[in-house]
Design a protein around this ligand. Structure first.
Ligand code: ZN
Length: 472
């Protein structure tokens, strides 16, 4: 039955709570089927469809009459004065009720049932059903006798409010995986996951799923991997899911306005900086490269511009001098997941959700890393070089040239020393090498030689006789 059929008919409020007397009374049989009965049937169907239920009994809208309506996906069934005439077998399954919206329970009912009743014209009809239809018929007829499913349930559980939020999650790398995990563990209703297509990886160029896809598969959440986010078919698929909110964490694609406009609460993004600082793709690396002592996470409503949306929640994270791109990434991913959960809970609590407009005049940018960002310029001051090395540790690694070959350097420290920038001014066999810079010098304690593995400099020095005065 289409919704249009009930246009002009109002959905009625549903009575809730196991203590409500109207839900606990035995309803009276209908003596005469007339226009007001038919009007009530229309109102009941409209109410059931509007609430997304599969069945409704008249007492649930406050009327103690023996009328039920059902639709388990096979069309509308209307029954006046229904009576079970046959019941066979047993089946236990989870059951809920529009009058007990926070509960579900395991109820054993007849597997197959036959019910006799009257239709809206007053003709006697029989309905026979099994599975969900059988269950729904018995559940609704129970309502007419003041019986709720919790009276018969073996086990009653509370539905967490989080699971009622319809969430579509979009993300790709490990940073996003942590957020998806938090949503599932906090029982948010993640209906679908959208992630980048599988990519060839490693020497064998094996097609490899994203970390987010692997996690979604382990939770058996449906995964979408569109090549383009503008694909009209993909946009329709998202629209059809009717999400309350779309969560976007490092998805890796720009979303078109058509998608931003779908969820009623909007598209929420988790960004790895204190906006409007470090808008863009590489906020974590750039914060360390710049020697920042504090960075953080911002959640925001996505807008069409890059990271320009109104901010919701923010959390500061100190950057320690020992932090690397890797360690800060992991900290921010964890805090990002927590802040995302806090943000989504604001929507559940019906509280005013903050919307702080970004001051564009304070915006700074964190563009994606380029190969040039990796090359160490020894003419810079030692502090900048050390920050660059730790920002790019473990990935992609700061590079230099040794004896004509590209190497990567890690674990740098500012030390005293004078020399031509790039010159090895000391070799400490058990510790590392000291290289002069534009100011002072840098002690380098780890290296990844071309085609080699990352190793302590002391191990490298065992096989390589580096000399004072050599240039990097
Ligand atoms: Zn019910």
């Amino acid at each position: 039955m289409s919704e249009d059929f009930y246009e002009g008919i109002e959905a009625l409020p549903i009575f809730t709570g196991e203590e409500d007397p109207v839900l606990r009374k035995k309803s009276k049989a209908i003596k005469r089927i007339n226009n007001s009965t038919r009007e009530l049937l229309d109102q009941m169907a409209k109410t059931m469809y509007a609430a997304g239920g599969v069945g409704l009994a008249a007492p649930q809208i406050g009327i103690n009459k023996r009328i039920i309506v059902l639709d388990v996906g096979e069309g509308l069934i209307e029954l006046i004065n229904p009576e079970v005439t046959m019941q066979e077998g047993e089946e236990t399954a989870l059951e809920g009720c529009l009058s007990l919206p926070d509960l579900i329970g395991e109820v054993t009912r007849g597997r197959e049932v036959e019910v006799k009743g009257y239709d809206r014209q007053g003709r006697q009809i029989w309905v026979r059903g099994e599975g969900l239809l059988s269950r729904a018929l018995q559940h609704e007829i129970d309502h007419l006798d003041g019986i709720l499913f919790i009276d018969k349930a073996k086990k009653v559980m509370e539905i967490p409010p989080e699971s009622k939020l319809r969430v579509v999650f979009m993300g790709t790398p490990e940073f996003a995986e942590v957020s998806l995990k938090a949503l599932v563990e906090n029982r948010f209703g993640v209906m679908a996951v959208v992630t980048n297509p599988d990519r060839p990886k490693g020497r064998g160029k094996v097609l490899t799923p994203s970390p987010v896809k692997e996690l979604a598969n382990s939770y058996e959440i449906p995964v979408f991997q569109p090549k383009r986010a503008r694909d009209p078919e993909f946009i329709e698929q998202i629209r059809a899911m009717e999400p309350d909110v779309i969560v976007v964490v490092a998805y890796g694609k720009i979303l078109p306005k058509e998608i931003l406009d779908i969820p009623r609460y909007g598209c929420i993004n988790v960004h790895g900086s204190l906006l409007p600082e470090y808008r863009g793709a590489a906020p974590i690396h750039r914060a360390i490269m710049d020697g920042k002592e504090v960075t953080g996470i911002t959640t925001m409503f996505m807008a069409e511009g890059m990271d320009t949306g109104d901010m919701i929640l923010k959390k500061e994270i100190p950057v320690n001098s020992s932090d690397t791109g890797g360690s800060l990434h992991d900290k921010l991913a964890k805090v990002g997941a927590e802040l995302l959960v806090d943000t989504l809970r604001l929507f559940l609590e019906d509280r005013e959700v903050p919307r702080v407009v970004q001051d564009d005049s304070l915006a700074t940018y964190a563009p994606k890393l380029t190969p040039e960002d990796e090359v160490i310029n020894w003419h810079k001051d030692s502090e900048s070089i050390v920050n660059q090395i730790r920002a790019l540790d473990p990935w992609p690694g700061a590079t230099a040239t040794l004896r004509g070959k590209a190497i990567k350097l890690y674990a740098g420290e500012v030390v005293e020393g004078i020399g031509t920038p790039g010159e090895i001014i000391d070799v400490l066999q058990k510790v590392g090498i000291i290289v002069a810079t534009g100011s002072k010098a840098v002690l380098l304690k780890e290296i990844k030689p071309a085609n080699g593995k990352r190793m302590p400099m002391s191990a490298f020095l065992n096989g390589h006789d580096l000399k004072i005065g050599e240039r990097l």
